[in-house]
Design a protein around this ligand. Structure first.
Ligand code: AMP
Ligand code: MG
Length: 346
C-alpha cells in the first residue's frame, strides 16, 4: 500500500480522509496532543485494523474522538461532574471515561465497561470529524512501543506502507497525549497525566482529584493497571535512559561525568538538558529539552528528542528532570517510563 501525505489544511484532503474513514479505512491525523491513527469507532473490522497496523496488544483500549457532544447520544451515559469538565476543557486535551452501551464494539474498549472519549481542539481535526460524521477511535499513530508521533514525518516513519493516508497539520501544539480522567468510580482519578493538570481539574470540579499510583513509578507485579496503556513499555528509546535529580550544579556535573565515563568505555552516550545548561555540557552532545521554567516547551519537544536518540544509535542517555507539578507531572510520567524509572539522586 502506498501512503499519501496531504496537507491537513486542504478541504480536498479532509474530504478524502473522511471518505476513507467512512469506507472502513485508516487515516493518520494531527490533533493538539499527538498524531492519531483513526478508524470508524462503530466498525469492528476497521477498529481491528488499527491494532494490526500498530502491532498493538488487543487489551489496550482506544480513545473515541468526537467534535460535538450530541454524538455521545446512545454511546454512553454521562457520570456526575462530567458536564462541568466538558464545559471547562472541551474541546481540548482531556479524555473522560464514560459507562458505555452495546453500540461501542468490545474491540474499542478491550472489553471494559467504560469508553474513553475526547473532543480534540485542533481546527483541522474538528473539520475531519465533522466531515465524516462518525465517532473516530484513535490511539496514537506510532508502532506499539515507540514514542508517540508529534509530526507527520514521525507517523510516516512508523506507518509507511501500512495506511493509505496521513494528514499533515505540522507539529502538535501540546506534544504529549491527553489527560485520562476516570469519573466512574467514586473519587475522580487521573489515570494518565497530560496537558490538563490535576490542579485545573480540581478547580473546575470543586473537589479533590486523586492520581493513579503508577504515574511516577513502575507498576507492581500484582498491581492492576487502571489505565491499560500504563502496563506496556511505552515511550522507550532503544538505549538506556537514566534520570539525574538533585541540586542544579550537582546534576549538571553528574550528567557530564556519567556521559564521559560511558564514552571512555566505548559506549555512544549523550545528555538531555535544559536550554540553560547546553553550553556547559557542549562536549556531551547536549539535546536541548527546553527551558527549565517552561514545562510546556519540554512537553512539546520530548517525543521528537526520544525518537532522535534511536536514529543516532545512542546506547546511554542521562537526563535532567522537571518537578512533577503542573504539566511537569505528565512530562515526568513519560520520561520516567522512557527511563524504566532508573534514577540517580545526587
Ligand atoms: P493512546 O491514545 O495510544 O495513548 O491510548 C489510549 C489510552 O487511553 C490507553 O492506553 C489507555 O491507557 C487509556 N484508555 C482508553 N480507554 C480506557 C478505558 N476504558 N479505561 C481506562 N483507560 C483507558
Ligand atoms: Mg499510544
Amino acid at each position: 500500500m502506498r501512503t499519501q501525505v496531504l496537507d491537513a489544511g486542504s478541504p480536498d484532503a479532509v474530504r478524502t480522509a473522511a471518505e476513507i474513514l467512512a469506507q472502513g479505512g485508516l487515516v493518520g491525523f494531527p490533533t493538539e496532543t499527538v498524531y492519531g491513527l483513526g478508524a470508524n469507532a462503530l466498525d469492528r473490522e476497521a477498529v481491528l485494523s488499527i491494532f494490526a497496523a500498530k502491532g498493538r496488544p488487543a487489551d489496550n483500549p482506544l480513545i473515541v474522538h468526537i467534535w460535538n457532544r450530541d454524538q455521545l447520544e446512545g454511546l454512553c451515559s454521562i457520570p456526575e461532574g462530567a458536564e462541568k469538565l466538558m464545559d471547562a476543557f472541551w474541546p481540548g486535551p482531556l479524555t473522560l471515561l464514560f459507562p458505555r452501551t452495546e453500540r461501542i464494539p468490545d474491540e474499542v474498549t478491550a472489553g471494559l465497561p467504560t469508553v474513553a472519549v475526547r473532543m480534540p481542539s485542533m481546527p483541522c481535526t474538528r473539520e475531519l470529524l465533522k466531515a465524516c460524521g462518525l465517532p473516530v477511535a484513535a490511539p496514537s499513530a506510532n508502532r506499539s512501543g515507540r514514542p508517540s508521533p508529534t509530526t507527520a514525518a514521525h507517523v510516516l516513519e512508523d506507518m509507511d506502507g501500512r495506511i493509505p493516508l496521513i494528514l499533515d497539520g505540522g507539529p502538535c501544539q501540546v506534544g504529549l497525549e491527553s489527560t485520562v480522567l476516570d469519573l466512574t468510580r467514586g473519587e475522580p482519578t487521573v489515570l494518565r497525566p497530560g496537558g490538563v493538570t490535576p490542579e485545573m481539574i480540581e478547580d473546575a470540579l470543586g473537589r479533590k482529584v486523586s492520581l493513579a499510583g503508577s504515574i511516577l513509578r513502575p507498576l507492581q507485579p500484582d498491581e492492576k493497571a487502571l489505565s491499560p496503556g500504563m502496563r506496556y513499555r511505552h515511550y522507550a528509546p532503544k538505549g538506556d535512559v537514566t534520570l539525574v535529580e538533585g541540586p542544579e550544579d550537582a546534576v549538571v556535573r553528574t550528567l557530564r561525568e556519567r556521559c564521559l565515563a560511558d564514552r571512555g568505555e566505548g559506549r555512544r552516550s549523550c545528555v538531555l538538558c535544559f536550554t540553560e545548561h547546553v553550553r556547559e555540557l557542549r562536549d556531551c552532545d547536549p539535546h536541548d529539552i527546553g527551558s527549565r521554567g517552561d514545562g510546556a516547551q519540554v512537553a512539546h519537544r520530548l517525543f521528537d528528542i526520544l525518537r532522535k536518540l534511536d536514529q543516532e544509535g545512542m546506547e546511554t542517555v542521562y537526563s535532567e528532570v522537571l518537578p512533577p507539578e503542573g504539566v511537569g507531572l505528565a512530562v515526568m510520567n513519560r520520561l520516567g517510563r522512557a527511563a524504566a524509572f532508573r534514577k540517580i539522586r545526587v
